[in-house]
Design a protein around this ligand. Structure first.
Ligand code: ASP
Length: 696
């Protein structure tokens, strides 16, 4: 509700536009604020800003312009240099030293009329010191009192020993030791840009994504993540740069061309009628061209752009550590990445990774064992196939499919079947489970193992199957047995329904404190993917007419000579030299050995994928480069945002990106994408289709 004491002319903005209590209160304050001229304080921008806002709100004309803000601005231009940074000062304080410190002012505490205390945070916002001001230095005292908390300032003063406060004294020796040993006696202060009164910013304030700058300013977690991200980058650079020959950081163009590599692209129209660039979904083709150009080892922290459905935790633009090496196989790439990841952990994480190599599993194995091509193996819960031993009527109860594959797994309980039942009921009724109930291949079956019941609660399995299940799954009281049917067909895609259930039910069990959260980092290489997969509706693939698309991308090589031969007889059985690096259920990245022969590459595009001639022509540059004696080569790209999020244990990549896009692909801070104007449409020779008229 808007407060009634507002002047009538202030009410035209509908409360609907104000999203939160904070905004409403900021709004109210904003209108009541007057902006006295603070000596030496630059506040012009905030005044100008409000004026613009009022004009937008058609809230009456601006007052006649005053240009005092220009004078304030001039004063802030030549601000005193810092004589020392606060961290160094606190580490080695010298009493009596005259210092100038840069930073942000805290909230002032007045001690009667004679004295005031205020904390000064340094420019990193991670160190602070107490500043003490005395009324006897009238000029500085008055200046300090006129400056709003959170304003950037220069404090000039003398370092002096700090007497413990009454509170610190009362708290005893330990607290005294933690308190600062020095404080700054204020001699002068310069405000460099007054913090506006209409923004309430306390350590408790939670800012929405639209105010990302204030989120970053108030959440040390976010700032720390950005610093950590930079450190990760530096360690990786060092790891790759110190090899022989070293990997060389080479930038590749962001204005690229549209090619059917696999993901949907963003187009960039040009002023030349009908011509557009495409933003790269990855630097894949350029890095392969570099291999043909005699660059032996390339890397780059590459910005990539994919116009994909923004499924959980994907960004339309993201960063990859992208690398490629010539005269190399997938083995070479995997060992370089393992060394780099180990160096990262030993440099930046509390505990280094074990010295052994990362284990490997094939796509077929992980799909059969965990129902996922990026399993979190820490949680166990291995899947077993059981259709050969269970009664037909049980199969027909759980699935309408004809002769399906039926699989089972166990979520271990805590020896108490009743507790497991309670957890199961809550999970099955939760939104997380609704997708599983709606599965057209049949929902999951769930049974709580309970030795007090006939056949321990597994009667529908019959005597024999119960006995086998008890042995295979090593069942104990309170264990939850889950079964699920699926089509009797080879694995394709990233997961099965039971694999998804495994992940979701374990997550719910952790959230409900039914199971402990898994700990540590378990890296795994998943290898041996099929070279081609059936086309999926959600991925554009390569637009070929063969009904299949490359699983990784169309430049990936077959694994063995026998796989090369299979290209002619049964391409769907070809295994790829493709490897994904997985950690704790997260796909960190993937790569492959590439096809280095132009003839083979062309054969795959034209004869296997059955790409139309005009799309094949889009790859002419790559074929030309391969043809020019390109050596064998292999590479990989690691999702850099994900890597940092995993290292920091953050749920979302948004927490490690300075300016992430929302779930709708929008930057709500700067508000983009934004509508194209008539003028820009004209400039780019574009016209918007009237879709409603076309539908009629
Ligand atoms: N370009 C690939 C990707 O973005 C990675 C690679 O194969 O190196 O997934």
């Amino acid at each position: 509700m808007l407060p009634t004491h507002l002047p009538a002319r202030s009410l035209p903005i509908s409360a609907v536009r104000l999203q939160s209590y904070i905004e409403i209160s900021n709004y109210v304050r904003g209108l009541r604020v007057t902006y006295p001229r603070v000596p030496g304080c630059v506040s012009g921008y905030s005044r100008g800003f409000h004026c613009v806002n009022r004009l937008r709100q058609q809230d009456g004309p601006c007052p006649p312009p005053s240009h005092s803000f220009l004078e304030d601005y001039k004063q802030s231009m030549n601000f005193p240099a810092a004589t020392i940074d606060l961290k160094s000062l606190l580490e080695r304080p010298v009493s009596g030293d005259k210092v100038a410190l840069h930073g942000y002012l805290g909230r002032r505490v007045d001690m009667g009329k004679r004295m005031a205390f205020v904390r000064l945070s340094d420019s990193t916002l991670s160190h602070n010191v107490q500043v003490i001001a005395f009324a006897k230095n009238k000029a500085a005292f008055e200046k300090l009192k006129a400056i709003e908390a959170n304003s950037p300032v220069v404090v000039q003063g003398t370092v002096q020993e700090k007497q413990p406060s009454v509170k610190e004294k009362a708290a005893g020796e330990q607290e005294k030791a933690k308190a600062d040993s020095v404080e700054i006696a204020l001699e002068d202060i310069h405000c460099l840009n007054e913090f506006p009164k209409d923004i309430i910013m306390t350590p408790e304030t939670v800012f929405p994504a639209e105010k990302r700058h204030l989120q970053i300013r108030t959440e040390s977690n976010l700032r720390d993540a950005l610093l950590f991200r930079a450190k990760v980058r530096n360690v990786l650079r060092e790891a790759l740069g110190e090899l022989q020959p070293p990997f060389v950081d080479i930038e590749t163009p962001l204005l690229f061309k549209s090619t059917p590599e696999g993901a949907r692209e963003f187009l960039v129209p040009t002023r030349r009628r009908g011509l557009a660039y495409a933003l790269p979904q990855s630097p894949q083709q350029y890095k392969q061209i570099l291999m043909a150009s005699g660059i032996p080892r390339y890397y780059q922290f590459a910005r990539c752009f994919r116009d994909e459905d923004l499924r959980a935790d994907r960004q339309p633009e993201f960063t990859q550590l992208d690398l490629e090496m010539s005269f190399a196989t997938g083995e070479d790439v995997m060992s370089i990445i393992e060394a780099a990841v180990k160096k990262l952990w030993s440099s930046l994480m509390p505990e280094p990774l074990a010295a052994e190599s990362f284990p490997r599993s094939s796509y077929q194995d992980v799909m059969a064992k965990y129902g996922s091509d990026k399993p979190d193996v820490r949680i166990g819960m291995e899947i077993k196939r059981i259709d050969h031993m269970i009664p037909v009527d049980l199969v027909s109860k759980i699935s309408p499919l004809n002769e399906p594959i039926v699989e089972a797994m166990k979520l271990p309980g805590n020896e108490d079947p009743d507790e497991t039942r309670r957890f199961l009921t809550t999970f099955m009724d939760s939104p997380a489970a609704s997708g599983f109930h709606k599965n057209p291949e049949g929902g999951p079956g769930a049974f709580v193992y309970d030795s007090r019941k006939p056949l321990s609660g597994l009667q529908p399995f019959g005597f024999e199957a119960t006995w086998v299940l008890e042995q295979e799954l090593n069942l104990e009281d309170g264990d939850l047995v889950l079964i699920q049917a699926r089509k009797n067909a080879p694995f394709s895609g990233g997961s099965t329904a039971l694999g998804d259930l495994r992940r979701e039910i374990h997550k719910a069990a952790v959230e409900a404190n039914f199971k402990p959260a898994p700990t540590g980092f378990h890296f795994l290489w998943v290898t041996g993917f099929p070279l081609f997969s059936p086309i999926s509706e959600s991925e554009p693939g390569q637009g070929g007419a063969a009904g299949i698309a490359s699983t990784h991308h169309p430049f990936t090589a077959p694994l063995r000579e026998s796989d090369v031969s299979l290209l002619l007889t049964d391409p769907t059985k070809v295994v790829a030299d493709h490897y994904d690096l997985v950690v704790n259920g997260v796909e960190l990245g993937g790569g492959s050995r590439r096809i280095h022969s132009a003839a083979v590459q062309e054969f795959i595009l034209r004869d296997i994928l059955k790409m139309p001639a005009e799309r094949l022509a889009d790859f002419a540059h790559l074929l030309e480069a391969l043809r020019a004696g390109c050596p064998p080569h292999a590479g990989i790209a690691l999702g850099f945002d994900r890597l940092v999020a995993v290292m920091l244990g953050r749920e979302s990549v948004r927490d490690v990106i300075a300016f992430p896009k929302s779930g709708k692909g929008e930057d709500v801070l700067v508000k983009c994408p934004s509508e194209m104007t008539e003028e820009s449409l004209r400039t780019y020779h574009l016209q918007l289709r009237d879709e409603r008229a076309e539908e009629k």
